[in-house]
Design a protein around this ligand. Structure first.
Ligand code: ADP
Ligand code: MG
Length: 274
């Protein structure tokens, strides 16, 4: 089971759009996928047409210990389940303050999925902060995907984000690695985009071999700015259902293909060792 946190403490960089559409594209390839919405704004849930009212079990109830992940999970598309969020999740930060072991709540809740290989992919849409919810996501997963919008200030804040992953790797989850950076809202052909990508490459190349991002790649698929991606949430559908064939659908299908190709790469050495 691959487990992926889609994380960046900046808002509006494409976390939710990428989580939802990548998860939907992987499910189309027959992978069993669960998308976990960890943002109190619940944009990923709404994007898939799920509005978790107070009566609907949601991620919040998992953090309070009232529900298991399976109690809250609902099938939204073939092969794609969703653990929805709602605004209640905003209270966890305060409610969990001072509770020992609070960083491990999601990891513990996901343990049986890992043991039973319940899914091929768990994708977690993180909130735009480095608080307890994001730390829970990083403690529960093996991989981090970082959506980044290539603009002048894009690299600012990235070092803080990397520091946080390094901290989690040292203290909470030795298996955590940054798999890659997804360039979103990409305007191809602009000087700025090219400059940001160059800076990013330099930054990654100069990284310490011990760091969790030492093997991070910049995904070769770039997610272009495409209006269909912004419209799809309003229809409660992934872009693949809302606008098949659009640039947005094509880009996320290509991203999924790139992610799937890594399965083979990952299996290679294991197979060789067997
Ligand atoms: P985050 O989850 O990081 O806050 P979102 O995925 O919600 O970011 O994206 C922010 C806004 O930009 C949303 O309104 C979304 O629909 C829009 N958006 C995201 N990616 C694209 C894209 N490639 N093209 C056009 N609009 C996009
Ligand atoms: Mg979001």
């Amino acid at each position: 089971m691959r487990s992926i946190a889609v994380m960046n403490q900046k808002g509006g960089v494409g976390k939710t759009t990428s989580s939802v559409n990548l998860a939907a594209a992987l499910a189309r390839h027959g992978r069993r996928v669960c998308l976990v919405d960890l943002d109190p704004q619940a944009h990923a849930s709404l994007h898939l047409g799920v509005e978790a009212g107070p009566e609907m079990p949601s991620a919040y109830n998992v953090f309070t210990g009232q529900c298991t992940l399976d109690d809250t999970r609902q099938l939204v598309i073939d092969n794609l389940s969703l653990v929805p969020a709602n605004i209640d999740l905003a209270a966890t930060e305060l409610e969990l303050a001072g509770q020992s072991g609070r960083e491990f709540l999601l990891r513990n809740a996901m343990r049986h999925w890992k043991e039973q290989q319940r899914f091929d992919y768990v994708v977690i849409d993180c909130p735009p902060s480095l608080g307890v919810l994001t730390i829970n996501a990083l403690t529960a997963v093996n991989e981090v995907f970082i959506p980044l919008q290539p603009h002048f200030f894009a690299l600012q804040g990235l070092s803080k984000l990397f520091e946080t992953t390094a901290l989690v790797t040292r203290r909470l989850n030795r298996d955590l690695r940054v798999t890659g950076i997804m360039l979103c809202l990409y305007e191809s052909g602009t000087r700025l985009a090219a400059d940001v990508v160059e800076d990013l490459k330099l930054f990654l190349r100069s990284s310490d071999a011990e760091s969790p991002w030492s093997k991070a790649r910049i995904f070769s698929t770039k997610i272009r700015r495409n209006i269909k991606l912004a419209e799809a949430p309003g229809f409660g559908q992934s872009v693949l259902d809302y606008a098949p064939g659009s640039a947005g659908a094509v880009d996320y299908e290509a991203m999924a293909a790139e992610v799937l190709a890594m399965e083979v790469a990952a299996a290679g050495p294991l197979l060789a060792a067997a």
